[in-house]
Every structure is written in C-alpha cells, then in structure tokens.
Write a protein that binds this ligand. Structure first.
Ligand SMILES: *Cc1c(COP(=O)(O)O)cnc(C)c1O
Length: 384
C-alpha cells in the first residue's frame, strides 16, 4: 500500500508534471516574474470558470480577506460578524484592521455559521458578515443575503475551503461559492482544493467599482503610476504560481469529484456505526451524487459520539494514518480574540465540536486500499 498522507501533493504532481513543468518553464524563459501574462491568463480563466466579472489575484488568502474588507471601506469600530469555528485568518484580519470581530456559534450538522446566532448578534454598529464555507460546503447564503439586505450589511465570503463548490438556491438555480456575496476571498495554499506551489490568493466580485478600488489597494493604493490615492498594500500572485494554477484549473472539477468519491466511500464504511456521525450535506441535492458539487470536501470531518477522540487520534497515528483536528480551540477562547463581550454559553456547538471532530486523510489521490485500511482501523478502535 502507498504511504497514507493527509494530502498527497507529490502523487498529484506526478500525474500533471507534463503540463505544469512547461507552464512554469515558460515563465523562466520570458522572465515576467511579476504581473506576467500567466497571471492575466489565469485571472481570465478563473473568471470564466466561476462565472464572476472580476477576479483580482493577490498573495494569499489572508491578504484576500483583508483587502476585501479594505475595499469595502470598513472603519475602525465597525462590527463584523463571523464564525467561532474557523481558521484564525478570518478573525485575524478583522482585528488587524481595528474592526470589532463578533464571533457567533455554528451549526452542528454542517459546521457553518448559524443564522439565528447572526440575527442575535446584529447591533447598529454591525457593518458586515463573513460566512466561511467550512470544509467545502457553503453556509446558508440565501438567509445570509436576506439578513444583509434587511440590515444594509456587506457579505464577504471566506471561500478558502470551497472553490468549485456550487450553492443551490431554493428555486434550484446554482451559483459558484465565493460569487454570491458582495465580495469573495480565496486561498491557493498548496493543500487547498486548487493549490499552487507556494502562496497565492484571490478576491472575486461582480461589482465594477469595488473591483477597481481593490485593484488599486493590492498595488500600493495606486490607480495611476506613482499617484497614491489610498493607503494600500503590496499583495501579488507571482507569475510562477499563476502558471501552476492555470495548469491545474482545468482539473479542478475532476479533483473535486475525486474528493467526493473518497467521501462517499468513507460514508458507506461508517454508515452502521452509531458512534460516528458522517458529514452532512445541507444544500443542493443533500447527498453525494455524480453530478453534485454541493460539497467539495476540503476536509472530511467526522463527529464522534461517546468515543474518545484523542485516543482515536493516537490509535490512527500508531497505525501510520495521519489525521487532523480542525479546529481544537474555539476562537472566542484564543488569547488573541477572547473578550468579556462573549458569553461561553452562546457557543454550545463550537464548544462541543472542538472536542469531538476528527478529519481523515482527504485528497485527490486516495485509493480503495488506503480507504479500506483507514476505515477498518477506525472500526477496530470503535468496536474495541
Ligand atoms: C487557508 C485559509 C485561509 C488563509 O489562507 P492563506 O492563503 O493561508 O493565507 C483563510 N480562511 C480559511 C477558512 C482557510 O482555510
């Protein structure tokens, strides 16, 4: 059996070497390392893949979130609502811009931001909501957009984990994750569903004026050469990363499909085990079907009931199976983000998830032998 990895970047590279390597070599040859033609090509190709008017590439996903918030003109003291159960980057940039983060609880079924909790957290100072499409499926965007409209708020989608996923409206129409709110932010960190070979990120919007503002912000606040109209940043996707991404983009759908197939096999193996709760799909066709892109499984995350999560982690490690705990500490309990404003009892779901979640190896190269070994090792632990 091939060695099991949390993410098998080498296995994937071996299969696309013949496309990626020439694409990178083209950049070496033309030496347009910054803002080269590859960056522009990738930007156009991603715009048409997502069906969005503007993609603005930048240096990483954290920058993408920060720049989106700068572009919307959010001011110190403005309150921004986001999920307690997410990677810290989401709340970090809110705090960094001296906005006030307002963390709220998530749903037990899909791990995404809870709608009632958002409603409860709104005050006259609330200016934006940042839903995170956690582990590969969208938050309840229809409800979030309704709340935003009613209270005149911006919606910034953190799409770092759900590129290529579809959101399905109640009327059946589908739209790509990250293109639903006023602005979307994504990451091309190597392990993401569309990953480069270094750092990268992008911002999406259908708003021409906002796109223009953001294009200046990523480039030192310059709209005309050496005229600095606003305080900006330096955040660029370099041409080599763009070359990798442009070579990988045509494979994104099949990569997401491979993740879904692996998830389906995991689900099947655990279907009769009462102490394991498999991931729920809460939008679209509600199951993993052959045409379904409702969940693109950035992570495959189980919840354990009446089983010792940390003992399972140790058992898997002993059997050479890597696994992850995303995330072990709620953001409202992190030193940097703890605040007297928070009431621990408002975070019942997150407080429970941090104790019982476990993410299994999930990538595009998992084979049946590996999945069988992983699932039988878990069953062996559960059945004692
Ligand atoms: C990965 C990730 C980010 C940050 O992306 P970087 O490219 O590492 O800066 C932000 N939000 C979420 C939810 C992520 O998973």
């Amino acid at each position: 059996m091939k060695k099991i990895q949390m993410v098998d970047l080498k296995g994937q590279y071996n299969k696309i070497k013949n496309i990626v390597t020439p694409s990178i070599e083209e950049v070496f040859e033309n030496t347009s390392f910054i803002n080269g033609p590859k960056v522009h090509e990738f930007q156009k190709n991603l715009e048409s893949y997502l069906g969005v008017k503007h993609v603005i590439p930048c240096a990483n996903g954290t920058d993408a979130l920060q720049i989106a918030m700068m572009g919307l003109g959010l001011k110190p003291g403005d309150e921004v609502i986001t999920a307690d159960f997410t990677f810290a980057a989401t709340v970090e940039v809110i705090a960094l811009l001296q906005l006030t983060p307002v963390l709220v609880d998530v749903n037990e079924d899909d791990f995404n931001i809870n709608i009632e909790a958002i409603k409860k957290a709104i005050t006259p100072k609330t200016k934006a909501i940042v839903p995170v499409h956690l582990f590969g499926q969208c938050a309840n965007m229809e409800a979030i957009m309704e709340i935003a409209k009613e209270h005149n708020l911006f919606v910034i989608e953190d799409n770092a984990q759900a590129i290529g996923a579809n959101y399905t409206y109640k009327n059946g129409e589908k739209i790509k994750a990250g293109t639903i709110g006023h602005v979307g932010a994504t990451s091309f960190f190597p392990s993401k569903n569309l990953g480069c070979y270094g750092d990268g990120g992008a911002i999406f919007t259908n708003d021409d004026e906002l796109a223009n503002t953001i294009r200046g912000i990523v480039n030192h606040g310059m709209y005309e050469r050496y005229h600095h109209d606003v305080v900006g940043v330096n955040s660029r996707l370099d041409s080599i990363q763009a070359a990798v991404l442009d070579a990988k983009l045509p494979h994104l759908n099949s990569y997401n499909k491979a993740r879904q197939q692996a998830a389906k096999k995991y689900n099947k193996a655990f279907e009769d085990i009462t102490s394991i709760i498999t991931p729920k799909i809460t939008n679209g066709c509600l199951d993993i079907c052959d045409t379904c892109d409702c969940h693109v499984f950035h992570q495959y995350t189980l919840q354990l009931k009446n089983a010792d999560r940390d003992a399972l982690v140790a058992h898997l490690n002993k059997n050479n199976i890597p696994c992850g705990v995303y995330y072990p500490i709620p953001l409202h309990k992190q030193k940097a983000y703890a605040d007297d404003r928070y009431n621990d009892s408002d975070f019942k779901v997150t407080n429970q998830l941090v104790k019982n979640v476990i993410s299994l190896p999930m990538h595009t190269e998992l084979d049946d032998e590996q999945i069988d070994y992983i699932t039988s090792t878990i069953k062996q632990f559960i059945n004692g």
